[in-house]
Design a binder for this molecule. Structure first.
Ligand code: NAD
Length: 693
């Protein structure tokens, strides 16, 4: 029988567990099958219609669907009014730079643009047999409903989804597929359906990220996105702090800069949408959501939130401690009250609720992770402080008891999950970067599997939210820029976590199914006894380009797992920072690489003890003959050169030591370099500077 630490997000899509993928030896559904189900069999294919196709959402989604459906010969009928601004044309440059001119033109061959008067559909549409309508017309309920009526009359049985920001499915009478900005590239969709449909599974199979949410006003994303904007407006009005400066504080506190985001999307349209979501939420839930006065102004005037650069004063000032506490109450108080409402209504599974804020609203940590970090007491105190500042909001729903549940596994395992079938376990990652939070969750997942008696474990992305494993969360390094000893402590801690994969389980297999596995995640995966990857995945250590010294034993572990003949390639990977395709890494960085299905099968065979490939053992003795240079390495800028020297020092010392001592030696190098001027002057220092107010 299968058991899980918490429900996998994949299961919410009706696609089974991650363990199921490995046991089955393949994905639960294939795009070609889902295309057949949504658009009909090849001999009787219909088309997809996108209405409002020249709008902000419509144009972006036309690009996204056209590029993904082109291989299946599905035509996109792009429908809008005559004279609508040419949104699709504007998107073309991006398509051409992403796919190359030739392929972009081929994709556009499958897009047919129609105009009409909003009432009678173009005659020619019928010949294209519309099967699926993605409606992206303005956020006005009467317009949307009339539009569905027109389509249902002409094409009974057509599948319809609305991209609405806020109206529930029960108001519109169609399913919801709410996408996130920027629409041509963001893959996340909030889905409202009774049960996950073929359309939703098609999105998943095409590499998008559908997330099931409940049928409540504004779902999850726009409660968070509009809620942050609302909080920012109210604080700005109460404190008289201009929006651009509030943005600076919010970037530090939360991650997003809501005023800038509204201007970037388009001040008038975005302010209207935020106002519209808040106004409907206010009708449902009261004054917590009452649109701030400034927002009402902007949706009418369309004046941008940011003044021109020269109108921002040069003389800067910062809030004192009491001022910062008040700012936190104004911003976090309402956000946590809104979060309690979403939790109470079970708007989404917690990992999804959390990740939606991170992937679509620029939150550094989603609202759930933020609350967990602060702890129940602090969250409740922030809401209480907010109610003192804004007493009306206290009359809106507020469920403090939701924050008393933080011990539950779904609260505890936001980014890392574990499943097992009694013999083999799988640990899955739902995020893309390694952080303190991920490290703690990974340790808990390993503890759980051990307590369950599982000794064979696969490490993998979650086949849903994690499309790549990209390295570290740079914010975790910020404290070490001033106190390198903290960097050393962090490197020690993470390396000890990684070593558990090697020391405490009978067989561990790292499985890379996404686009890339880099940096700390790659070091972590190297600690598994085996590494299996899809052959197109990029594997590598970009640390030197930041520059930073690898924190999880990369300076000696890779050498210990590779034959001496491969050592020059390992050193080149570390000093150049360029990734290697998994297909070219077999034998020195990976044990098996192949197409996805074959890789899944190989991974399962290894995990179940029927390995088709030999293991690369870790050489625990001091290594002799590790190269000290990479011949022909092109010169780089001074910071990168300093990084190279530091990495070389770490390689030399950690490789010359036995395995038992190498961890401490490498962690020392990694920590010390975080305090080096070249590191502070590089990408990490720059990212840190951006958070300063
Ligand atoms: N802007 C965003 O970032 C965003 C994000 C998520 C969801 N949404 C939702 O997307 C929908 C569209 O918003 P938008 O920002 O793209 O608006 P938009 O004004 O940019 O685009 C709307 C388009 O619809 C066209 N249109 C109007 N009536 C039509 C009709 N009857 N038939 C066909 N076309 C018609 C307009 O000419 C325009 O090109 C709204 O429901 C909104 O809530 C917007």
């Amino acid at each position: 029988m299968e058991k899980a630490l918490r429900q996998s997000t994949l299961e919410t899509l009706g696609l089974g567990t991650v363990l199921g993928i490995f046991k089955r030896g393949g994905l639960p559904v294939e795009t070609s099958d889902m295309v057949d189900r949504v658009f009909g069999p090849e001999a009787d294919r219909g088309c997809m219609v996108i209405s409002g196709a020249n709008g902000i959402v419509g144009a972006g989604k036309t690009m996204q669907f056209a590029s993904r459906l082109e291989p299946f010969g599905i035509t996109i009928a792009a429908l809008d009014f005559p004279g609508a601004p040419a949104g699709i044309t504007k998107q073309y440059a991006g398509l051409a730079s992403g796919f190359g001119k030739e392929q972009a033109a081929k994709i556009m061959n499958n897009v047919v643009q129609f105009t009409y008067d909003g009432k009678s559909l173009p005659r020619q549409l019928a010949a294209m047999k519309p099967r699926f309508l993605l409606e992206a017309v303005p956020e006005i309920v009467a317009i949307k409903k009339a539009h569905y009526e027109t389509f249902r009359t002409a094409f009974p049985g057509i599948e319809i989804r609305s991209v609405t920001s806020g109206f529930p499915s029960k108001e519109l009478g169609v399913g919801i597929a709410h996408p996130a900005f920027p629409h041509e590239s963001n893959k996340v969709w909030e889905i409202v359906e009774q049960t996950p449909s073929a359309v939703t599974q098609l999105l998943w199979s095409m590499g998008m990220i559908p997330a099931m949410v409940s049928d409540d006003w504004s779902f999850v994303l726009d409660v968070i996105f509009c809620g942050a904007m609302q909080a920012a407006c109210r604080y700005s009005e109460a404190s008289n702090m201009p929006g651009w400066k509030v943005d600076k504080y919010l970037r530090q506190l939360l991650g997003p800069n809501p005023f800038r985001a509204h201007d970037a999307i388009g001040t008038k349209g975005a302010s209207f949408l935020t106002w519209s979501c808040l106004e409907h939420l206010e009708q449902q839930y009261g004054p917590l959501f009452k649109p701030a006065a400034g927002l009402v102004d902007r949706k009418d005037s369309g004046l941008s939130w940011y003044p021109m650069n020269h109108l921002r004063p040069m003389v800067n000032w910062a809030l004192d401690e009491a001022g910062e506490a008040e700012l936190q109450a104004w911003i976090l108080g309402p956000l946590f009250q809104m979060t309690s409402l979403m939790l109470h209504e079970k708007r989404a599974q917690l990992t999804q609720l959390n990740r939606i804020g991170e992937l679509c609203a620029q939150f550094k940590n989603g609202v759930i992770a933020m609350a967990r970090k602060l702890g129940t007491g602090k969250v409740l105190a922030l809401v209480a402080a907010y109610h003192k500042l804004q007493p009306e909001s206290a009359s809106s729903p507020w469920y403090p008891e939701e924050f008393q549940q933080m011990d539950r596994p779904d609260w505890q395992q936001l980014y890392v999950n574990a499943e097992h079938d009694g013999k083999v376990g799988v640990i899955t990652f739902s995020g893309e970067s390694y952080s303190q939070e991920v490290d703690a969750e990974l340790n808990r997942a390993m503890d759980w599997l051990q307590a369950e008696g599982i000794a064979r474990v696969i490490l993998s992305g979650d086949f849903h939210f994690s499309t790549q494993l990209a390295g570290v969360d740079m914010a975790d390094f910020f404290p070490a820029l001033e106190r390198p000893e903290q960097g050393t402590a962090l490197a020690m801690e993470w390396s000890l976590t990684a070593r558990r994969l090697h020391d405490e389980f009978a067989i561990t297999v790292g499985f890379v199914h996404g686009k890339r596995c880099l940096g700390a995640f790659f070091e972590l995966f190297q600690h598994c006894h085996y590494l299996v990857a899809v052959d197109s995945a990029d594997l590598g250590m970009p640390e030197v380009s930041l520059p930073v010294v690898p924190v999880m034993e990369g300076c000696h572990w890779f050498f210990r797992k590779a034959a001496p003949e491969a050592w020059p390639k390992v050193l080149a990977m570390l000093l150049e920072g360029r990734p290697v395709k998994a297909g070219k890494a077999v034998g020195w960085l990976a044990d098996y690489a192949g197409p996805l299905d074959a890789a899944i099968k190989a991974c399962w065979a290894i995990a179940t003890g029927e390995s088709p490939v030999p293991m690369r053992p870790v050489d625990a003795s001091p290594l002799a003959g590790v190269p000290a240079e990479v011949p022909g390495l092109p010169a780089a800028n001074a910071k990168v050169e300093a990084g190279r020297r530091a990495i070389l020092d770490a390689v030399r010392e950690a490789c010359a030591a036995p395995l038992s001592e190498a961890l401490t030696i490498q962690a020392g190098h990694a920590g010390r370099f975080l305090g080096h001027p070249s590191c502070k002057g590089g990408s990490i220092g720059a990212a840190f500077a951006k958070t300063a107010v």
